[in-house]
Ligand binder design. Structure first.
Ligand code: UDP
Ligand code: MG
Length: 317
């Protein structure tokens, strides 16, 4: 099969049929063999009924996955990726904001130009709210710096993947915003970008509010940390823990030694417990011990993590 189109959706009853017919038209024009996987993320409207209808009409082309409740876009993509059978996997929002006309070009970039992943770039956006465009620019600038991936629009819903990528990354939580970063960390570094058409939301309303920027930022930090130290926590915690312990230890030796020196000379010296340096050095030693312990516990956890040796072997002779 050439293409799997994965469509996560939450309460998008009005657009599903129109979207599928549009995809079908494009696929038939270009003679692609394809499947469309609708992942119904706990919709409370008629979305699932529409999917069942489409499946009855086009059993070869339409597949459906239904969640019992709303889990989020990332779990929806995860299950879609798991089910996909096509050589190229394309994700697309259900709200008709992404255009199926982009599919052929995306397919060729993956198959002919050998990209692992091609992300859409909504160069001209048609989102209703101003609160979306400006924060989004900021978000992308931060993401570019931290991830080192030069994408203008990391969170674009329209993306194309080589099959090997979706079978070797795991989207979870709200990490759908950073799939290119997940891919890069898994070793799929040939990541491209294509300017895509963006349209106004035709039906329904957006499912994401402002809190996505706060959460998105925290997720970015987690990913950065995981990538850097996730498999070797001691390299982070052990280092600063040891440093703090040593600083505290040296300081307390100095405090104690100067007290003893004063005593031996018969000079009056204050109680060590009246010196701030005493408390600072003790605090530093305790914090150092805790950090070291955190790193060590982290190492024990990593040792037991089932994915500790999940590396993607590209070829073997
Ligand atoms: N979506 C989903 N689960 C959710 C929220 C959103 O499957 O919990 C789907 C939604 O139906 C749409 C896509 O994710 O197909 C993108 O959502 P939306 O259009 O609301 O985001 P925006 O375009 O406003 O960023
Ligand atoms: Mg949308």
């Amino acid at each position: 099969m050439d293409i799997s189109v994965i469509i996560p959706l939450f309460n998008e009853e009005d657009s599903l049929t129109e979207l599928f017919q549009w995809i079908r038209r494009v696929m038939e024009e270009h003679r692609f063999t394809y499947e469309v996987i609708f992942v119904n993320d706990g919709s409370t409207d008629q979305s699932w009924d529409r999917i069942v209808q489409l499946n009855a009409q086009y059993p070869e082309q339409v597949r459906g996955i239904k969640f019992r409740r709303n889990y989020g876009k990332s779990p929806a993509l995860y299950h879609g990726f798991d089910a996909a059978k096509g050589d190229v996997v394309i994700t697309m929002d259900a709200d008709l904001q992404d255009s199926p006309d982009e599919i052929p070009e995306l397919y060729h970039m993956i198959q002919k130009e050998d990209y692992d992943l091609v992300s859409g770039w909504k160069k001209k956006r048609y989102d209703a709210k101003l609160t979306k465009n400006l924060p989004s620019k900021l978000f992308n600038a931060t993401a570019r710096r931290i991830t080192g991936i030069k994408l203008h629009d990391m969170n674009c819903g329209l993306k194309a993947y080589h099959k090997r990528v979706v079978k070797n990354i795991e989207v979870y939580g709200e990490m759908h915003r950073y799939i290119p970063y997940l891919a890069k960390n898994a070793g799929f570094t040939h990541i491209g970008e294509k300017v895509v058409q963006h349209r106004k939301r035709k039906y329904g309303e957006t499912k994401f509010g402002m809190n996505r920027f706060v959460n998105g930022y925290l997720d970015l930090l987690s990913l950065w940390f995981l990538n850097r130290f996730g498999k070797k926590p001691m390299h982070f915690f052990g280092l600063i823990g040891s440093l703090m312990f040593i600083i505290g230890f040296v300081a307390i030796v100095v405090v104690g030694a100067s007290k003893l020196f004063a005593l031996s000379q018969g000079v009056p010296a204050p109680l060590v417990t009246s010196l701030p340096a005493f408390y600072l050095s003790i605090a530093s030693m305790i914090m150092g011990t805790l950090l070291f312990l955190t790193g060590f516990l982290g190492e024990l956890i990593v040792r037991n993590a089932p994915e500790r040796n999940n590396y993607y072997v590209e070829t073997q002779l």
